[in-house]
Design a protein around this ligand. Sequence first.
Ligand code: ADP
Ligand code: MG
Ligand code: ZN
Length: 290
Amino acid sequence: MKGTKRSLIKKYFPPEVCLEIEKVTMLNVSNNRKGEKIDAIIRAHGIPADRIGTGTNRIGFAIDGFAVKIALDKDGKIDNKREFKYSKQLYPYVVKVYEVDKVNGLIAVTEYVKSFDESDFSEIKRQSQMREILADISNQFLIGDVGISKNNFGNWGIRTDDDSICMLDFAYIYSISYRTFQCTCDNRTILKYDNDFVNLICERCRKKYTFGAIRKKISKQQQADEIGDISKLGYTLTKPEEEVDLVLELEPALLEKAKKEKKKEVDPRKIEIKKHRNQHRKAGMFRRKK
Ligand SMILES: Nc1ncnc2c1ncn2[C@@H]1O[C@H](COP(=O)(O)OP(=O)(O)O)[C@@H](O)[C@H]1O
Ligand SMILES: [Mg+2]
Ligand SMILES: [Zn+2]
């Protein structure tokens, strides 16, 4: 089956613009300065982008109603790939990541949300929503910089259509099945989140670890290995709009339909029961529920 797919990256970021941006990421200047330079490149090429803000390793722009994150350094590139890899499993707790420059992670296209401000964070309702989400995923994933703290609220956002909340920056994400973090006190005890999901804590010696400290211990190579090959996790387009052969695994709606059809196939009894009911219904024995 064929389908048309669109690429915002291909639409607005031709190879020569990517190259210019790529060069900026390699400069030996502060990330704020790199952000200024990337902003200038984007304006010089007339890309209709509104600057949203600069984080630690990425700068965010709003383009065509999407949030586009551009890496400012190597870590920013890893972060873009990491979020692309994990967003499907974690949605709706995190923003949808539609597209990433799969070769090096320079650019990612995500769902746009309104980021939390201080007054959102001060609402009890919002904090309990954050706690619910973090509690729900904490047995599968550890995510840093999104705990309930004044320092982290900028990494959360609100969907304006249904008022639900989600993480918009979840780059410090580690799958527990992939990696467990152990305390140095015995090199065995596994670190757990504290009550606000801010730091990791050793239940044996009570030592606290920040995510920053833990991340520093993981080499770039280890991080790259964890992400692995993400090229199969989405379509790779060469044009802004392209007809592709649809891949079932990448089409949740089709997958759902296929599952249902399979169910029907393996359970002919249910079909029989349905037929039977319909006959009765026609005869007026069951009243159809409105
Ligand atoms: N999905 C999004 N919707 C709206 N703004 C976003 C979104 N993702 C990121 N931003 C904004 O872009 C900037 C950088 O993004 P962020 O993911 O926090 O980068 P970093 O990992 O470098 O901290 C921040 O100011 C953030 O508020
Ligand atoms: Mg951030
Ligand atoms: Zn310990």
